[in-house]
Design a protein around this ligand. Structure first.
Ligand code: ATR
Length: 300
């Protein structure tokens, strides 16, 4: 097709013999926003890199990781369902990735594969402009899965007092024990979702409530974590790690009660920015990443 038929907004990157490859392994990977945000930063900085999605089935993860070095791939992101399994395939794991039991970033250095987890860093950076001071703050974290681990680890490390609420309280207890031991902290408690009285009390005292569960995620948009809607208040920030939909029912309820709200898009961008820095030693354009993600999601 001649270039005169190409819409102005489509930028075809030049790929040549020196182009460096970055990639994400996931299954499914089709809806990942990572190629969008990383290629936006690459284009903004004018780097000769390209970021590609690879649909890697769980059974193929080990062989996919083994081929990173032979192919000279410069950096890899891992997404669902590979973050935990990958640990056994790497040569070195950062203390934070070890603590949360998951890797989302692989950096090949001198033939060695190093594993990091930038989710917690992304979460922390996303809070920077909110004015919230975590040290000594009271935080309620909803959910005790993989996403919760990264968030709880960073919150406790920053000196917050955290309660983990979960449907399966044993899972919350296991997580609390794990992080308490690693960080030598006595600042983590647990509660079951079914204990509405205690949850209401914790909500009233909380400066931050974070939803790490999948409740409310597309296509399950009518769901929300079992929080009494009247317990949101104007003195808190309600943070949902979900970004699709852009405003979950949880955030809508929180906003109606006067709470400040934040969705998971900024954390996604900031964890990507942290990975980009590890791979390229360059400061990414967070603004270009944010703009591209919003354009892709058709949000203003
Ligand atoms: P992720 O890795 O994205 O955090 P996960 O490990 O599957 O995903 O964790 C999902 C979280 O959502 C868990 O806290 C889960 O609660 P359980 O530990 O009790 O399973 C929570 N969750 C998912 N569906 C739920 C539901 N219908 N009601 C309450 N909690 C739910």
């Amino acid at each position: 097709m001649g270039s005169s038929n190409r819409p102005d907004s489509v930028r075809v990157p030049e790929v040549n013999g020196q182009t460096q490859v970055l990639a994400v392994f996931g299954y499914p990977v089709e809806h990942s926003l990572s190629p969008t945000i990383h290629n936006a930063s690459i284009a903004f900085l004018g780097l000769n890199y390209i970021y590609i999605p690879f649909s890697v089935k769980p059974d193929h993860l080990d062989s996919a990781i083994r081929i990173i070095n032979p192919l000279g791939i410069r950096g890899i992101n891992l997404t669902v369902p590979h973050k935990e399994r990958a640990i056994a395939c790497l040569d070195w794991i950062s203390p934070e990735a070890k603590a949360v039991g998951a890797v989302n970033t692989i950096h090949p250095v001198d033939g060695e594969l190093r594993g990091y987890n930038t989710d917690g860093e992304g979460f922390l950076r996303s809070l920077k402009d909110t004015g919230l001071s975590l040290k000594g703050s009271r935080v309620l974290v909803l959910g005790a899965g993989g996403a919760s681990r990264s968030v709880v680890y960073r919150l406790v490390k920053e000196g917050a007092r955290v309660t983990i609420a979960n449907r399966t309280v044993e899972r919350a207890e296991e997580l609390a024990l794990r992080i308490s031991r690693i960080l030598d902290s006595d600042k983590i408690d647990c509660v079951r979702f079914q204990d509405v009285g205690k949850i209401t009390e914790l909500m009233e005292a909380a400066e931050l409530v974070v939803n790490t569960t999948t409740l409310g995620m597309h296509p399950d948009m009518d769901s929300m974590p079992p929080i009494p809607p009247e317990s949101f208040h104007s003195g808190m920030l309600a943070y949902d790690l979900i970004y699709n939909p852009y405003e979950t029912r949880f955030l809508r309820c929180a906003g109606e009660a006067g709470a400040k709200t934040m969705n998971g898009l900024e954390m996604l961008i900031q964890q990507g920015a942290a990975a980009f820095q590890i791979w390229t030693q360059r400061e990414p354009s967070v603004e270009a990443m944010r703009e591209a993600a919003k354009r892709k999601m058709s949000v203003p």
